[in-house]
Design a protein around this ligand. Structure first.
Ligand code: MIC
Ligand code: SF4
Length: 755
């Protein structure tokens, strides 16, 4: 048993009392989200005064989960916090650093050799501080968490934006930067803007080609990549109860793509079966005991408009399969309209690769349904026309689907099984020929499809769909194929049709695994040594950031005015750069190299205002740093969308950028900036974005009276001697202003533990 039953018992013993108190305090029925949030208040009582989307509230999460690419920075920070042991149960998962090249076994071995230094570091820090460690090959963080740790009514934070996956099992699970994880592991409160609530009422029942993935593909189309910002999405209704726990996990997982703080489903029979099926019958029994508190109040679901800020209704019986993309996960196409969209937009119709798996869609159900199509291909003499890969989400799923013959079926169809890891989803894909940058199409069951993400090629058109649709299209090798209506020509020249996919929520023979890949920490870690070599190119101990100088900032240079989409992949690219996630100075060499410069429409080419010449963004910023000149980054809407990686905030901080000024921020990134002592500012008047010129020298005024709710001013001193003064907003509260003043939140913790 790897989960902490005592902790769950404690949480369950306080939920009924806290929910009753909260209901009395606000004097109305409660949504599920409110119940769990109120049950996890750090101190004090529930109150209607928590203004949704505005008030910061302190919470006490029950768990922390970290994946290897973000854990390095989280733990480097935690090591400075002065604790002997983590304050809440925590785990590390090695999943992001495994590159997909030839297949599971060889790729895993290569990763273990190549990443030895980092894995050894993570294993020894985990051992020392009481953190559970999941070795490379054990699986992707969110699947391993769903299978082992997620529990209805719990609250977890994780250093990865898809942490909400655990919402499928009724947990409030939120993606954060490493500095937030560090606070919780150090025993401090965790602060969150009290969310607004979106209710999604699901009626009907899925059938045929439609699957849980299509619910979120549809929701993404409705809400777009920023529609969920500062909201929690709560799903309910008979349709919700008809979905498997892992299907719900898929929906919650991809809620990250609409910017939602998290998403959640209530506890039901399917949650209980999943808990029992994954060796947690005790948890199911405990949850049964307080089941009424693990779902929203009946009055809420009867009149959702009264209690949610926004309500969406989807009838599962009428829902069509969807395909989203290219280049953004919210461009949603119902299957019946997709072929036409491909033709009209001139997207490459030939499908090169279909990829299934990832943390989003790698459950037993997903794989069994995809395998039912692969089996048909074999039986009907169809040869898959596109390449086809499978990344199982965990060793437990992989072992079980191998035992049940599904991997053999994929093999017969020509599929390649990759390691239980993120692989191509995070650019860890040595795709042959990608360097030629040819225009091509791929389709995945992953969640993100930003340009260059999977294979580094900006001309790869990546689409997102369910594993079933990905498999059918890979068999056809054609994006315009509609399996519901079209036939295919087989090896014998006959016309054949694919039948609807079939699968099972849970294995009839139960899950099995030989070595799940878990390593428990030492009971007493005080003797464990953690070594970081000063000459390492992958790990670097952190130096504290400097405190604020106490004055307004004058004469900042414009580093870049980014145009259009600027995700964390644009700010701090993954793929080949993942190797430097534990070395702040080295990874800073990727700062904003993907962002498009407004003034020349080119990536990674900005004006160095000292020399007047154009150079790469990191090099220009290093020149400013060497000259002791601060700078500012200007951006568009939803800046920092995507990942939780705090490198996107630490790199500019490390290189001397002082402020990020944008039209709007994605939630996790904004918090990450604040935590690292940066100024995260928004234009009071979005049109002022146009006033920023390439040669501007910029002043930030009002810092000596920096206060919550009080805008700051910025003076844009243009090269021709004219100037514009503009108003900029911020969302800093008192405490966050202290982080800014101290130079970073961590500087405050460090001082507290030292004192
Ligand atoms: C991603 O899907 O982009 C990642 C890689 O899982 C990230 C975390 C990271 O950048 O390490 C995320 O989503 O938070
Ligand atoms: Fe890994 Fe992709 Fe999931 Fe991120 S979205 S955790 S990279 S599988």
């Amino acid at each position: 048993m790897v989960f902490d039953l005592d902790m769950i018992k404690q949480v369950y013993s306080r939920i009924p009392g806290r929910v009753a108190a909260a209901r009395a305090a606000v004097n109305r029925p409660l949504t599920l989200t409110e119940k769990i949030l109120y049950a996890h208040l750090w101190q004090g009582e529930a109150s209607e005064d928590f203004a949704r989307g505005v008030s910061y509230v302190d919470f006490a999460p029950d768990r922390v989960a970290m994946q290897d690419a973000t854990a390095q920075m989280a733990l480097l920070q935690f090591m400075q916090a002065g604790r002997d042991k983590v304050a809440v149960p925590s785990t590390v998962h090695c999943d992001h650093l495994i590159q997909a090249k030839v297949g599971a076994v060889a790729d895993l071995q290569t990763a273990v050799d190549k990443n030895k230094e980092v894995y050894d570091f993570l294993a020894s820090v985990s051992n020392k501080y009481g953190i559970g460690f999941w070795k490379a090959g054990a699986g992707i963080i969110h699947q391993v968490v769903l299978e082992n740790y997620a529990f209805p009514g719990g609250m977890m934070i994780g250093t990865d934006s898809h942490t909400p996956n655990a919402g499928g099992l009724g947990m409030i699970a939120i993606g954060v930067g490493g500095a937030d994880a560090c606070d919780v592991m150090a025993g401090l409160a965790w602060e969150l803007k009290f969310p607004k609530l979106i209710g999604v009422k699901l009626t009907g029942k899925l059938s045929g080609w439609t699957s849980a993935k299509d619910v979120i593909l549809k929701v993404a189309g409705i809400l777009t990549v920023k529609g969920g910002t500062d909201h929690i999405v709560e799903y309910f209704g008979e349709g919700a109860r008809s979905l498997s726990a892992t299907g719900k996990g898929t929906i919650c997982n991809m809620g990250a793509e609409i910017g939602a703080t998290t998403s959640i489903f209530g506890y039901d029979e399917n949650s209980a079966s999943y808990l029992r099926g994954t060796g947690r019958a005790e948890v199911a029994a405990l949850a049964d005991g307080i089941a009424e508190h693990l779902t929203g109040d009946a009055e809420v679901y009867a009149n959702p408009e009264k209690y949610f800020d926004q309500v969406i209704e989807i009838n599962l019986s009428e829902l069509e399969p969807h395909i989203n993309g290219p280049f953004t996960p919210d461009l949603a196409w119902p299957l019946s309209k997709f072929a036409q969209a491909v033709r009209e937009n001139g997207w490459p119709a030939k499908l090169d690769v279909g990829l299934i798996g990832s943390c989003t869609n790698s459950s037993y159900e997903d794989i069994s349904r995809a395998a039912s199509l692969a089996q048909q291909a074999v039986d009907k003499n169809l040869k898959a026309k596109a390449e086809y890969t499978i990344t199982p989400g965990s060793e437990m799923v992989r072992y079980t689907v191998e035992r049940d013959g599904f991997l053999g079926t994929f093999d017969q169809m020509g599929g390649v099984v990759l390691a239980n890891a993120c692989g191509p989803c995070i650019g860890q894909w040595a795709r042959h020929g990608a360097e030629k940058q040819e225009k091509n199409s791929i389709i995945t069951s992953f969640n993100r499809n930003f340009a260059k993400r999977a294979d580094g090629n900006p001309n790869t058109h990546a689409f997102v769909a369910s594993p079933e649709i990905v498999t059918a299209l890979a068999i056809a090798g054609d994006l315009t194929f509609n399996p519901v209506t079209d036939t295919l020509t087989n090896e014998k020249g006959e016309q054949v049709k694919l039948e609807e996919p079939k699968g099972l929520d849970l294995p009839t023979k139960g899950f099995a695994v030989e070595d799940a890949g878990y390593q428990a920490p030492a009971a007493d870690g005080s003797k464990v040594q953690v070594a970081v070599s000063p000459s390492s190119e992958r790990l670097q101990l952190l130096d504290p950031f400097k405190a604020w100088e106490g004055t307004d900032l004058h004469g900042l240079k414009l580093l870049i005015k980014a145009k259009g989409k600027c995700t964390t992949d644009h700010i701090s690219m993954a793929g080949p750069w993942l190797r430097f996630r534990g070395h702040l100075d080295n990874i800073s060499n990727n700062l904003l190299i993907g962002a498009i410069n407004y003034f020349n429409e080119t990536a990674n080419k900005v004006k160095n205002q000292i020399s007047g010449e154009y150079g790469e963004v990191p090099a220009v910023q290093r020149a400013y740093k060497a000259a002791g000149i601060g700078s500012i980054v200007v951006g568009d809407e939803n800046y920092g969308e995507g990942s939780s990686r705090e490198h996107a905030a630490m790199e500019p901080r490390h290189l001397g950028v002082r402020a990020i000024l944008v039209k709007s921020f994605a939630r996790i990134h904004e918090t990450n900036l604040k935590k690292q002592g940066m100024l995260a500012l928004t234009f009071a008047n979005k049109a002022d974005y146009e006033k920023v010129q390439e040669n501007d020298s910029i002043d930030i005024l009002g810092l000596t009276s920096f206060a919550p709710g009080k805008p700051l001013r910025i003076v844009l001193n243009h090269a021709d001697g004219s100037k514009d003064e503009i108003v900029v907003n911020h969302s800093y509260n008192e405490q966050q202003i202290e982080w800014f003043k101290a130079g970073a939140a961590l500087n405050i913790i460090r001082a507290q533990f030292a004192g």
